[in-house]
Design a protein around this ligand. Sequence first.
Ligand SMILES: C[S@@+](CC[C@H](N)C(=O)[O-])C[C@H]1O[C@@H](n2cnc3c(N)ncnc32)[C@H](O)[C@@H]1O
Length: 211
Amino acid sequence: MYRPVYGLPGRTFIQRLLSKRARRAANRDFMFNILPKGGMVIEVGVFDGDFSERILAFNEPRHLHLVDPWSTKENGGLYDGPTQDFGSKDAANSALESQFQQVSRRFSGELAQGRLTMHRTLSYEAATLFPKSYFDWIYIDASHFYADVKRDLASFIPKLKPGGYITGDDYGRRGIWDHGVTRAVDEFVAAGQADTIRLHNHQFILRKPGF
Ligand SMILES: C[S@@+](CC[C@H](N)C(=O)[O-])C[C@H]1O[C@@H](n2cnc3c(N)ncnc32)[C@H](O)[C@@H]1O
């Protein structure tokens, strides 16, 4: 299972490319042979920005939106499950605040150029910020529980252009979420909301019909 590590050491891009977590992000590079370059893109669930960095480097989006609350729930729990025990709600929020600051520094150049926007909010709240048929492709990697993935797919599909791609992580993994991603994605496809283009390395790539 994916065990997040909080905090970004001051590494160069090349060092990050070679790290274990970055190698995991690299398993997704095949997606960039399918996804159109130069488009409007959103990553929902960002964590420390390892995959965001690869999107910027290899897909060269016109604009990249990043969505993550970088905070705990009211009760101090993490939105994506008990992946790390911080001891207290304050300690958790302090770690997440520091992660938010690190991601902001990591992409300070793109933020300054107006190529990237960070939305410190929840997926389904962020979805309301965009007009219909806005994105060329969308990456869903927030909470992996079934009801949450189902809601994220339903919230974002209207925001995707016809013929655009809705994609995401952890398809085919059981995890603590008990195949939540797989079940929600399979239902979404079965309901005719999107066509399957590729399922590989635990990534799903679906295409919105109507193009
Ligand atoms: C698996 S990590 C994302 C990893 C990142 N996409 C990558 O590949 O490097 C999941 C992230 O989703 C965030 N998250 C959980 N529930 C969310 C929600 N409802 N909306 C937005 N982000 C959420 C968590 O805070 C966490 O940082």
